[in-house]
Design a protein around this ligand. Structure first.
Ligand code: BGC
Length: 753
């Protein structure tokens, strides 16, 4: 090293060392993420790195980490799933759990529940708490949130995402991301993009119009990038227009890094990179999970053989890929370090503390949705002499286990039965499992070891002794249920013989409250048999307490559905267009004779066309006049609200809806006022209405408040394919104000000139 590079080196070490001082005061400081000073430091580091060291920064060294540069004090990067809790430690080189005894955490509710709260402030608290847990576990990147759009109820991973509406998902993802990143932990929004089903996820090629892409499938990612300033994003497994999404000219180079000016890191999904040149030139920065077979003892499939490892190095050496491409990636991964483990502004982290459990419980209680409540079945009072039969496997089954990469190892998990037993001190609680669903195993269905008839007989016996029945059923986190894998759900109705069991219980003439534990809609031909129905999602550590809070009336439910529940599967837009739309078809070589081949899980090249275009979820139900079982935005309360004096004020760039909301019932509660906008006589196809604003208002009984919701006019633009840009049409717009997409109190109109 000559004198000038020695000096350079010394200054660099000084920079790095001073950059590593931790400050605990995360609340008042924002992390300096992009300062010119840091960019200068990054330049000087790049100039010191060898080609090999630079390439090493762009791929995994283990299942969940990438190398640092020891001699310069540059740390490794450690990542962990997932969207609603920090996953247990995984082995260095395979998917097995490492078996640590100090890696248990708080399991927060899954993101469908977070979305149902319609409460961005809670999304912020969720993000902060989750980021603290990630920091405590020494993670630099948290692999979440997921914001893929709920396109069909069959997608096994819907429970990890934020529903069917791009505005709701965008509104909730921004505070989540900011909350996580306040700790000096990067959020990693996933899966970019169009990973809307698990079926054939590794191979399916999605065909979707530019308009639906920009209006439905990209907005939440865009919000995470441009407003949330997310520091990393994960590619998806699937293809879009024949090209793998993880390295994609249009999605990654043009839209993400070009139009949205994303300056963070694109991380592959675990084995979603497919080719060195594509990965290098089409935007991938860190390659993860491509597969190895053993701790560096073999050479054939080692980390050094990743597409962005030796083959990348060779291509640069041969001049096939310019070094500047590598330098751009290195700049991004160093920037990631300055934002996370080399930031002078990190939290120390904490896990399993009371505040985090409180956040988990609050999100869980606010996210539970009351769907039916005939004759005020709920709340159930804790009366002496009352016998409550709790029936159903989901009353005791762990719902943090299973589901794929979002599986968690919480320090504890309160089951619904336990929560009810702790809450009800006067009433008598009796329990019977009723049905059995089998074990949670990745990519396999393991049948229940119990005899179905005996379970049913026993449950009927128990139900007979009770005054009311709480049926705790739904789906599970097993393969073919709410679960990640290469297949989606196979049935829309309730599995495991639950319908028969429910009918038999109904025949006893009992009042039944159904506690639906699922991350997806299910068919409800049995809806008339139940008096009350609560949608309770996957709620994590505090599940049972939250469910008991709502059933007992300690908390008045205020959750609203983040996706539609179709009556029949055929009523879902994607499904209604047949197999070419969902789940896709295998393209024959001549390309003419497309055929469905569900039997084979390894089709050559399956493809699908999103034929419903922009009409996803309630946009479809509304516009085609297909009544859903339960509509997007719907959810009941134990009190009543009256929305009155609704007016709209048309300003220059925005308009403001103002109204009074009054709690006219007997208990305190919260209502979500929702503003939808439609454009009659549009030059393009439009949904009747689309959510553009909402506000959750908390009111004591008898209380009345005035609220206003302001909407930017630019948010009413449609994506105009003829100019490849947004286009705000002039003319009249309909403004719908209500408390569900199918319950509108008033329709007003404004004109945009
Ligand atoms: C999932 C990702 C996850 C990754 C690492 C993949 O199979 O699709 O969501 O973050 O594994 O576990």
């Amino acid at each position: 090293m000559n004198n000038s590079s020695k000096l350079h080196f010394f200054i660099l070490i000084l920079f790095i060392v001073t950059g590593c001082n931790k400050s605990k005061n995360i609340a008042t400081n924002t992390i300096e993420s992009n300062s010119a000073e840091i960019e200068t430091k990054i330049d000087s580091i790049i100039s010191l790195l060898t080609l090999e060291e630079k390439v090493d920064l762009c791929h995994a060294q283990s299942k969940f980490s990438t190398k640092g540069v020891d001699r310069l004090g540059i740390p490794e990067i450690w990542m962990s799933d997932g969207p609603h809790g920090v996953r247990a430690e995984i082995s260095w080189d395979d998917w097995a759990y490492a078996g640590w005894t100090n890696d248990s955490i708080t399991a927060f509710p899954a993101l469908t529940c977070l979305a149902s709260t319609f409460n961005p402030d809670l999304a912020s608290q969720f993000g902060i708490a989750l980021g603290e847990e990630a920091k405590y576990r020494k993670k630099d990147v948290l692999l979440g949130p997921g914001v893929n759009i709920y396109r069909t109820p069959m997608n096994g991973r819907n429970f990890e995402y934020m529903g069917e509406d791009p505005f709701l998902a965008s509104t909730m993802v921004v505070p989540y991301v900011k909350g996580v990143q306040k700790n000096g932990v990067a959020a990693c929004v996933k899966h970019y993009a169009l990973n809307n089903q698990e079926h054939w996820r590794d191979k399916i090629s999605v065909e979707v119009s530019d308009r639906a892409l920009h209006e439905i499938y990209l907005p939440a990612f865009k919000a995470a990038v441009t407003e949330g300033k997310v520091w990393s994003i994960m590619g998806a497994y699937n293809k879009f227009r024949g090209e793998y999404t993880t390295h994609h000219e249009l999605l990654t180079n043009k839209i993400l890094k070009g139009d949205w000016k994303f300056d963070g890191v694109v991380i592959s999904d675990w084995s979603s990179a497919h080719n060195t040149k594509e990965a290098a030139l089409k935007g991938l920065d860190i390659e993860m999970g491509t597969g190895t077979d053993g701790l560096g003892t073999t050479t054939a499939n080692h980390y050094s053989q990743y597409y962005l490892a030796n083959p990348f190095l060779e291509a640069i050496k041969k001049g096939e890929i310019p070094e500047s491409v590598l330098d751009d990636k290195v700049r991004r991964v160093l920037r990631l370090r300055y934002r996370t483990n080399m930031s002078n502004n990190q939290s120390f982290g904490r896990a399993n503390n009371k505040e985090h459990h409180d956040v988990a419980r609050k999100v869980a209680t606010e996210g539970i949705v009351l769907l039916k409540n005939d004759n005020s079945f709920f709340p159930v009072e804790d009366n002496v002499g009352l016998t409550i039969a709790v029936i159903g496997e989901n009353a005791t089954r762990s719902m943090t286990k299973g589901g794929g990469s979002s599986e968690l190892k919480p320090k504890f998990e309160i089951s619904p039965l336990k929560g009810l037993q702790e809450r009800y001190k006067n009433a008598k609680i009796v329990y019977s499992m009723g049905y059995g669903s089998g074990a949670s195993v990745y990519d396999q269905v393991l049948p229940s070891p119990y005899n179905a008839d005996s379970l049913k007989t026993e449950a009927i016996k128990v139900a007979k002794t009770a005054d009311i029945v709480l049926f705790v059923g739904g789906l599970s986190k097993s393969h073919l249920q709410d679960s990640e894998g290469n297949l989606d759900r196979e049935q829309f109705d309730l599995p495991f013989g639950q319908i028969e069991l429910l009918n038999d219980i109904k025949a006893l003439n009992k009042k039944i409250g159904f506690i639906l534990v699922s991350g997806n809609a299910v068919e409800m031909p049995w809806i008339d048999s139940v008096d009350g129905l609560l949608q309770t999602w996957y709620l994590g550590s505090m599940a049972g307490h939250a469910i008991a809070d709502v059933i007992s009336g300690d908390v008045n439910p205020s959750g609203k559905l983040p996706f539609s529940f179709p009556k029949k599967l055929q009523d879902n837009a994607a499904v209604s267009f047949g197999v070419e739309s969902y789940p896709g078809v295998e393209l024959k070589k001549d390309n003419k004779n497309a055929s469905l081949n569900l039997e084979s899980n390894t089709p050559v090249s399956p493809t699908q066309e999103y034929k419903e275009g922009i009409l996803v979820g309630y946009r479809w139900h509304d516009t085609k006049n297909i009544k859903p079982q339960f509509a997007f935005g719907y959810g009941l309360s134990y009190t009543n609200f009256e929305v009155s004096d609704i007016t709209v004020n048309n300003n220059t760039d925005s308009f403001t809806v103002t109204c009074n909301v009054e709690n006219t019932g007997q208990v305190n509660g919260a209502e979500v006022v929702q503003v939808y906008v439609g454009k009659p006589n549009s030059e393009v196809e439009r949904a009747i209405k689309e959510l553009k604003g909402f506000s959750k208002v908390y009111l004591d009984k008898g209380e009345k408040q005035s609220i206003s919701i302001t909407i930017e006019k630019s948010d009413l633009a449609f994506y105009d394919e003829s100019i490849s840009d947004w286009n705000l049409e002039k003319g009249d717009y309909d403004i719908y104000i209500g408390n569900a997409s199918n319950n509108i109190s008033k329709k007003l109109s404004i004109t945009i000139n």
